[in-house]
Design a protein around this ligand. Sequence first.
Ligand code: SF4
Length: 488
Amino acid sequence: MAINLELPEVAIRENRLGSITGYQGTIRDLGARVSGCSLQNKGRCFSQASACSSGCAQNYLSGIVDAAVVNHAPIGCAGDSAGANEQDKWGRKVRGLEYRNINILNTNMVEEDTVFGAVAKLKDAVREAYRRFQPKAIFVTTSCVSGIIGEDIISALDELRDEIPVPLTPVFCEGFKSQIWASGFDAAFHAILTGIVKPPEKKTNKVNLINFRGSARQQITAMLARFGLEPVFMVPYSSIDELARTSESVATISICGTLGGYFGNALEQQYGVPYVKALQPHGITGTDNWLRELGKIVGKEAAVEAYIKEEKDRIAGELAELRGKLKGKKAVVGMGPSFAHDYIRTLQELGVEIIWGASWHYDPQYDSGQSPETVQHLLEGTEDIPFSVADQQVFEMMNLLNKLKPDLYIGRHPGMTVWATKLGIPSIMIGDEYTAYGYQGLVDFGFRVLDALTNRNFVKKLSARVTLPYTDWWMEQDSFTFLQDEVG
Ligand code: SF4
C-alpha cells in the first residue's frame, strides 16, 4: 500500500486501513471476515466517552526533548496534556533528564475565533513557543474547531518561516475526523516524516525502536549491543536530530504494531529502511519472533538464537512454577488492538484462560497491506476466543465483566481498569508497555498476576464501598444492546 508523503496529511485509519470500532463475535470470525472482505463497522446508538486523535498526537509529540507543540484549539482540547506532563516528568526523572514541564502551548480559541478566524493568535503562539522554549522544531496540532472553520495553517506557518529558523510542521489530527484515537499517532508520524526526517547521508548500526515512555531501555540497549546494534528510542525522549537521521538506521522495530506501523512502513517505502513485521516482544513467542525477524534483517541470526536459548534456559524453572499456579485462572483483556492480541497470547503462555478479549479498535491490515501478525497468530491457535471491538465504551465492558465475573481483568488504560476494580475484579493496568517484555519480563509479569489474584483485600473493600453509576436495568441488558447493525 503506497504511502504518500507529498500530501500534508495522512488519511484516517477508517479510510486508509478499513479499521473499525464496532464488533461482537469471536477472533476467528473476525479473521474470517477480514480475509473474506466482509468486515463492516457496527455503530453504537449510545456512546459514553472515548479519547481523541488530537490529544493522542500532541501528547506523543510533546515527548520529543527539544521540540515544542502548539495546539491550535480551545483550551479544553489541551486537557490531556496534564496527564502527558505527569508521564513525561516520571520518564525524565528515571532517565536523569532535566525535570521540567512539557513544551506545549494552546491558542485558547474562543467563540469569536470561530467567526473571524484565529490565524493571528496562532502565529503569536508559534512565536511565543519559539521565544519561551528555543525548540529545534515546532509542531502545530489542529482540533475540531480549527479544522471545521478551515484555518489555513499551512499558509500561516509559511509566513513565519523567515522569522523562525526551525521546522514548523502542521499536524492534521482533528478529533472529529476519526473515531480511532490511533489516527493521531499516524498524524504525528506523518508530520515527523514530512517535516523532520532527512534523506540518509550514510548507513549506521542503529535500530529505530518505536515505543511510548516505558522502561526496559537499559535491557534493550544491552541486548542490541550483543548483536552490534544501537537503539534509537522514539518518539518520547528522542531529539529532533535523532529523528531527522532515522532514515540512516539499519531497521525499524516497534513495541506496538498499532503505534509503529505507519512510520515503519513509510520509512521502508521512502528510504528503504526495513520495518520488522513481527509479533511484539511480550512473552516467549512474541519475543522469539520479534528478535528472529530483526536478526534476519541485520544478518545476526546465530547471535539471536544464542541469546534466545540462554534466556529461555534461565527462566525455565520459574516459568514452570508460575504456570502451575496460574493454570485455569480466567481473565478478560481490554486494550488497544496490538496490545490486546499480544497480551491474550502472553497470558495464555502463563496458563491463564482468556474468556473474553476486547480491543479499542481493529485494523484489518497495516500500511504494508498485511493483516496484523498478532491476529494471524491468534487465528492459528487451537482455541477461539469471544471478542469485541469498541472505542473503550466503559458501560459495555462493565456490563460484560459483571456477567463474566473473571478472576482477573487486564487493561492498559486507567479509565477502564479502575471500573473493573470497583466492580470487585482484581485488575492490572499495564501502563508500562514493556510489562512482560522479553523472557524475564514474562516471569515478572506472571508474579504480578499471581500477586493480584492472591492479594484481593483492596479490591474487596473498594467494591464494597463504591456505588456504581450503572443501574440494575442496564446490568441486566445484553452487553451489546447499543451496538447497531453493520453499516458499509
Ligand atoms: S474531539 Fe475535538 S473538541 Fe474534543 S478534544 Fe479532540 S479536538 Fe478537541
